[in-house]
Design a protein around this ligand. Structure first.
Ligand code: APR
Length: 310
C-alpha cells in the first residue's frame, strides 16, 4: 500500500462488505477489512479487489484477522457484532455487542489511536459510548452513525410523498437510534420550502412513524439480518466528510457535555464533521414537544448505559 489514506473496517459482514466496496469504488483510500471469521474478510476483499480494474479504482482492499494490520488507519468503521433478527429490538443486542466492543476498542487504542472512529454496531448510542470509554480516544474522534441514516430514510419517504427529487429534501432526525428517535419535521424542507406547506399533517405524521420503524421494516422482510446498504452508505458519507475536510453538517451520535441537556454520553445531534473529527455540536432551539421527545430519548439511552456492568 502506498500513500493513499487508509480505512479500517472492523466487522466484515453485510454492512462491512458494502463499506469496502463503496470505499474502493469511490477511491477514498486503501481498505483493511478485519473479521474474526477465518477466510471471510480475505474472501470478500479479494472479490472486490478483482473488480477494481473495472471499477477504475486504484485503491486496494485486503482482509485480515490480525488487528495489527489496522496500524496507521486514518478512519476506522466498526460494524462488528450481531445484527437483529425478527422480533428483536436493537437493545436486545446490548450485552453481546458490548463484549465484542471491549476487544475492538483496546485494539483501536493500540494500533490506530489517531483514527476517526465511526461506530455502526447496535444498540448504537451505547456502543459508541462503550467504544470511546473503553478505548480512551478523544471524544471528538469517536462518533456513531445513526442520524445520517435515519435522516436519509425520512428524506426518501418525503421525496416520494411530495413527488420530488430526493436531492432537494433535507431533514434532521435527532436523538437515539431506536423507537425514541426525534424527526424534526419543522426543519424538513424541499429546497428551503417547509414540508408542512407541501404535505398534509397526517402524511407527515405517517412518515415520522415509518421512519422510526424503517429498520424493523427491513428486518421483518429480510428475516435473516438487518439493513446493510443504507447503513454502509451513511457511514461512508461521514468518513468522506472527515477525510476530505468537507465540514458537513449532519446528524450523528456525538458525546454531549451539556448540549441538548445531555451530559457525558452519546446521542444523535447535529454536528459538523471535518478534518478535526466532530468539530462542533450545532445547538438548535427545540420547541417544547421536541424537547420532551429528546429528553425521553436521552432517558432511554442512559437506562441502557446503566444496565451495563462497566
Ligand atoms: N470482532 C470482529 N468482528 C466480529 C466479532 C469480533 N469480536 N464478532 C463478530 N464479528 C463480525 C461477524 O463475524 C460478522 O461478520 O461482525 C460481523 C457482523 O456482520 P453481520 O452479522 O452481517 O451484521 P451486519 O448486518 O453487518 O450489522 C453489523 O451493525 O447495524 C448494526 O445491528 C447491526 O450490530 C449490527 C452491526
Amino acid at each position: 500500500m502506498g500513500q493513499r489514506r487508509k480505512i479500517g473496517v472492523i466487522g466484515g459482514g453485510q454492512i462491512g462488505g458494502v463499506i469496502v466496496q463503496l470505499a474502493v469504488e469511490r477511491e477514498l483510500g486503501d481498505v483493511v477489512l478485519f473479521d474474526v471469521v477465518e477466510g471471510l474478510p480475505q474472501g470478500k476483499t479479494l472479490d472486490i479487489w478483482a473488480a477494481s480494474p473495472l471499477l477504475r479504482s486504484d485503491c486496494c482492499a485486503i482482509g485480515t484477522s490480525d488487528y495489527k494490520d489496522l496500524a496507521g488507519c486514518d478512519v476506522a468503521i466498526i460494524t462488528a457484532g450481531v445484527p437483529r433478527k425478527p422480533g428483536m429490538s436493537r437493545d436486545d443486542l446490548l450485552k453481546v455487542n458490548v463484549e465484542i466492543m471491549k476487544t475492538v476498542a483496546g485494539n483501536l487504542k493500540r494500533y490506530c489511536p489517531g483514527a476517526f472512529v465511526i461506530v455502526v454496531s447496535n444498540p448504537l448510542d451505547v456502543m459508541v459510548y462503550a467504544c470511546q470509554k473503553l478505548s480512551g480516544l478523544a471524544a471528538r474522534m469517536v462518533c456513531g452513525m445513526a442520524g445520517v441514516l435515519d435522516s436519509a430514510r425520512f428524506r426518501a419517504f418525503v421525496a416520494d410523498a411530495v413527488g420530488v427529487s430526493v436531492e432537494d429534501v433535507t431533514a434532521l432526525v435527532l436523538g437515539g437510534h431506536g423507537d425514541t428517535m426525534v424527526p424534526l419535521t419543522r426543519y424538513c424542507t424541499v429546497n428551503g420550502v417547509p414540508v408542512g406547506e407541501l404535505l398534509p399533517a397526517e402524511t407527515i405524521a405517517a412518515i415520522v412513524e415509518r421512519t422510526k420503524n424503517a429498520g424493523a421494516e427491513v428486518v421483518n422482510l429480510l428475516k435473516t439480518g438487518s439493513a446493510f446498504v443504507s447503513p454502509a452508505v451513511s457511514a461512508l458519507e461521514m468518513a468522506q466528510a472527515y477525510l476530505q475536510d468537507k465540514r458537513r453538517l449532519c446528524v450523528c451520535a456525538a458525546q454531549c457535555n451539556g448540549e441538548y441537556g445531555a451530559q457525558g454520553y452519546y446521542i444523535g445531534v447535529p454536528v459538523i464533521i471535518g478534518s478535526g473529527g466532530i468539530e462542533r455540536i450545532v445547538e438548535l432551539k427545540l420547541n417544547a414537544a421536541e424537547q420532551a421527545a429528546f429528553a425521553n430519548s436521552c432517558r432511554h439511552v442512559r437506562e441502557m448505559i446503566d444496565a451495563v456492568q462497566w
